[in-house]
Design a binder for this molecule. Structure first.
Ligand SMILES: Cc1cc2nc3c(=O)[nH]c(=O)nc-3n(C[C@H](O)[C@H](O)[C@H](O)COP(=O)(O)O)c2cc1C
Length: 530
């Protein structure tokens, strides 16, 4: 039964203080997966690099002041990909170099792949395209200039499909790697919908589609094009448009099944280690077709306060980095802290929450270390205020639950205490959790996935959206953040006194004053283009 398979995976993939989740036990460098997938034989359409010309400010996006929508054409689509999944820099050290992207990824392994599905646009024939970030090109996987496909797109807009190559993460992290693929998918959704908003577009998660339909539309089910190359698991489809109704997916499916497809996937590693737990969780969380989720009801909220820096979105998207070390000294003000949290509340038509189908199912348990005007200690940020009674019941009975911060911010002080040592030990002994201004764990309502197991994946995606908002907010606040996938799950639950398996911490995060690694050189993102 899928629900028990899900729970089994969840328990087995927990890191424990006395035993890490099953992993490869050492890195097989000779088999390191290629971080770039390409389709040999597919025509590549070179995209222009125009991101720097986009004037939209980040602060306007987070307040919902979007620019007039750009027309859909090869130039605007190029900006969408450049500022979401494109390369942001190359780093080099000791004779090796590696690419960084606008979207973060656990271990910089980048399991996420992205596809564009469009009707005929100026400069871009109708079809299915794979985005190859290394070269900033769209590889034309399918030619779809037929009436069925075109008529499915009722109005202007495109679909971006996302898939994951689980092996990329499993190679380094073993069975827990599947979780990281889901986080990364959430970050990719976040990155796309912020970039879309910078172009004046709205993003909508097409949550009704089955995995099978996603696979068909993206060409992932075409055995003949993959051969012995690693398969891609279908994740989701995003409708990016001007607010108009999404295309008729079933009609698109018929067209995709009879289309001409091009290209063969490259093989990423010479050899593979099987991870049966990953196969099992993939099966257990397979999504069938479902009725679309009703639109969540939005409560009117004041706009979030201005961040410290007023950056263009393009600058911010490329500037986002994970801190590898914090200085252990930097403080942020309570106002800066509140503004960052405020951006995690769901506001209508504001990214990244416009790409989220349900209401909030993830809260943040914060370990505050260096926020001026706020006691160091344990706090709970309830993104869905109506969960208060349930959370109080689920957690240690003697927490204070002192409401703090602006009235509309559901932030509660549970315990004033210096939690730097706890934060470090919970996050697999990583210093970044203690030397930061604050660290947090994302508490997800996993019970919601019991009846509909595919929602387990959506919970990680929601965590990825939170993480992505925090990465950008931290940069705009003049500090830096880091996603933390390595944490001892049950140690966090123990700290909070959670006696209830229905709430589980699925992702951790930390933000503070970064300490740069001066040994590394940084090079521009597209210097090595062929
Ligand atoms: C899901 C996820 C988990 C991560 N876990 C950790 C972690 O436990 N420790 C850490 O130092 N960095 C962690 N990172 C940061 C990545 O190492 C980083 O994103 C990657 O190296 C790419 O660098 P960039 O974010 O600067 O582009 C994580 C990132 C993600 C998205």
């Amino acid at each position: 039964m899928p629900a028990s398979a899900l729970l089994r995976y969840h328990e087995r993939s927990k890191h424990r203080i006395d035993r890490y989740a099953p992993g490869p036990g050492g890195l097989d460098w000779a088999n390191q997966p290629d971080p770039f997938r390409y389709f040999a034989g597919a025509a590549a359409i070179k995209l222009p690099l125009l991101g720097s010309e986009l004037p939209t400010r980040f602060n306007a996006i987070r307040r919902g002041d979007l620019p007039a929508p750009f027309a859909f054409d090869v130039r605007s689509v190029a900006i969408l990909f450049e500022l979401s999944l494109g390369l942001s820099a190359w780093k080099s050290y000791g004779g090796t170099r590696w690419a960084l992207r606008c979207n973060p990824s656990s271990g910089n392994l980048h399991p996420t792949e992205a596809y564009l599905l469009c009707s005929s646009l100026p400069g871009l024939p109708a079809g299915v395209y794979h985005y190859l970030s290394r070269d900033h090109v769209l590889e034309r996987r399918a030619e779809l200039d037929d009436a069925t496909w075109t008529s499915a797109f009722a109005d202007s807009g495109v679909i971006v499909g996302i898939s994951s190559i689980h092996w990329r993460e499993a190679w380094k992290y073993g069975m827990r790697g599947w979780r990281y693929c889901q986080h990364d998918c959430g970050h990719a959704i976040g990155a796309l919908c912020y970039a879309a908003a910078a172009l004046g577009w709205q993003t909508r998660f097409l949550d009704a589609a089955s995995d099978q339909l996603v696979a068909t539309l993206l060409g992932l089910a075409r055995e003949q094009d993959f051969g012995d190359a690693e398969r891609e698991a279908p994740d989701c489809l995003l409708w990016i448009g001007t607010g108009s109704p999404p295309p008729a997916l079933e009609r698109m499916k018929d067209a995709a099944l009879t289309a001409r497809w091009f290209g063969c996937a490259n093989r990423l590693s010479a050899e593979h280690v099987p991870w049966p737990d990953i196969d099992a969780i993939e099966r257990a969380t397979e999504k069938p077709a479902t009725p679309p989720h009703p639109d969540p009801i939005h409560v009117a909220l004041p706009p979030p306060a201005q961040p410290t820096l007023d950056l263009s979105f393009a600058t911010l998207a490329r500037k986002r980095r994970s801190a590898v070390d914090f200085d252990g000294r930097t403080t942020i003000s309570a106002e800066q802290f509140f503004a960052m949290l405020d951006a995690l509340l769901v506001r209508e038509r504001i990214p990244p929450w416009n790409a989220h189908a349900s209401g909030p199912l993830v809260h943040a348990a914060l370990m505050v270390h260096r926020v001026t005007g706020l006691d160091p200690g344990l706090y709970l940020f309830l993104r869905e205020p109506s969960d208060l009674a349930e959370m109080q019941h689920a957690m240690r009975p003697d927490w204070l639950w002192h409401k703090t911060g602006p009235t509309h911010l559901p932030l509660y002080l549970l315990l004033p205490y210096d939690l730097r040592a706890s934060a470090k030990s919970i996050c697999c002994h990583q210093d970044i959790a203690a030397a930061s201004c604050f660290a947090l764990g994302m508490l997800a309502h996993v019970e919601r996935a019991r009846e509909e197991p595919w929602r387990y994946r959506h919970l990680y995606w929601e965590c990825g959206l939170l993480g992505h908002a925090l990465y950008l907010e931290a940069e705009a606040a003049g500090v830096r953040a880091t996603g933390i996938g390595c944490f001892f799950d049950d140690e966090m639950h123990r700290l909070l006194g959670i006696r209830d398996e229905r709430w589980q911490s699925l992702y951790h995060f930390t933000a503070g004053g970064p300490r740069e690694d001066t040994r590394l050189s940084t090079l521009p993102p597209y210097q090595f283009q062929p």
